[in-house]
Design a binder for this molecule. Structure first.
Ligand SMILES: Cc1cc2nc3c(=O)[nH]c(=O)nc-3n(C[C@H](O)[C@H](O)[C@H](O)COP(=O)(O)O)c2cc1C
Length: 304
């Protein structure tokens, strides 16, 4: 039996003490959430996405529970990178958890400017949320390999920090987009953002979220995100992957790692159980001991 297990891993240049990463949009700016959790259970946390100018977000209702998981239609409400940097930046260096910034934009130039200012604010890396409408084309960046690569190349030139590209399971050919953004300089890939979904309240005869179509997340999306991880791992075996979608048990973490993820995100699970990460770390260690595995990282991609 392995007596000392290690959960240490890395997302390219970013070393992580555990594979668990708190996902963007589910832990606020990290600052207001950190007191309610055990920061040592995480390798990193990704702050809510920020844009160049403030975005007001969509009207209520913005979230709705579903039979399995939830729908959200927040519209990436955020105060804009200037106010974010003033309010959050000074608190980042004292934090017992590395914080990755998340950049959004409506144009390539906006993404790059946000990444530059996040870098100045003291984050340890920049994740690019490509699930935003491209004002020049009218559809989301993540659906288009060239548009996604343009964003990543611009962000790459705007920061010296590690850069991650967060892709969408809604894209027709996620491998194609993955190859393009890696070529453009992404250090890791985050797979994936939410799946498009919808729900109707049959009493009010209205959609359950104001955007009508929202982002579907939680337990039911796991096989979809896991499929994306496997496809990308097969095509790009040396590119680090942050796998996310529907994780809530230690076994889910092991599954994502075996599929090819170097780190694994916790998102919707935080709404059910804010203290979930500490429990998962304990159970992960127990699982590794029982299966005589010394390093979780030895299992990365083992199933594919
Ligand atoms: C309420 C909510 C808000 C989210 N906001 C963001 C966001 O601002 N930026 C982003 O990149 N992803 C955002 N996401 C997507 C999550 O980071 C994650 O990729 C997705 O929910 C899948 O993981 P899960 O099933 O564990 O939640 C949000 C998800 C939820 C549920």
């Amino acid at each position: 039996m392995a007596s000392v297990t290690s959960l240490a891993t890395a997302l390219g240049p970013l070393a992580l003490r555990t594979p668990l990463v708190a996902m963007s949009g589910t832990v606020g700016s990290v600052v207001e959430w950190i007191a309610s959790t055990d920061p040592n259970a995480y390798g990193a946390a990704i702050a809510k996405s920020v844009s160049l100018d403030p975005w007001p977000g969509r009207p209520a209702p913005r979230v709705a529970p579903t039979e399995a998981g939830m729908l959200n239609s927040i519209g990436i409400q955020n105060p804009g990178v200037e106010r974010w940097s003033e309010a959050i930046g000074p608190q980042l260096s004292g934090m017992s958890l590395p914080v990755i910034g998340s950049a959004v934009g409506n144009t390539v130039g906006e993404y790059a400017e946000v990444a530059k200012r996040l870098t100045g604010a003291g984050v340890v890396g920049v994740e690019i949320n490509l699930s935003c409408p491209n004002l020049d084309e009218g559809r989301m960046f993540a659906l288009d390999d060239t548009a996604s690569a343009d964003v990543v190349a611009a962000v790459r030139s705007a920061t010296h920090l590690p850069v991650g590209a967060k892709l969408s399971p809604n894209s027709e050919d996620i491998v194609n987009v993955a190859e393009a953004v890696v070529e453009a300089g992404a250090d890791w890939l985050t797979l994936t953002n939410t799946v498009w979904g919808a729900a109707i309240d049959i009493e009010t005869r209205r959609p359950k979220v104001s955007g009508v179509v929202g982002g579907y997340s939680g337990v039911a999306v796991k096989p979809i995100a896991l499929r994306c991880v496997i496809e990308v791992r097969r095509a790009l075996p040396h590119v680090p992957i942050l796998g996310a979608g529907g994780v809530r048990r230690a076994e889910d973490v092991v599954e994502y790692v075996m599929a090819g993820a170097s780190a694994v995100g916790l998102g919707t699970a935080h709404f059910e159980s804010p203290a979930i990460a500490r429990r998962l770390v304990k159970r992960l260690r127990r699982w590794l001991e029982r299966h005589d595995v010394a390093n979780l990282s030895d299992l990365i991609g083992i199933a594919v």
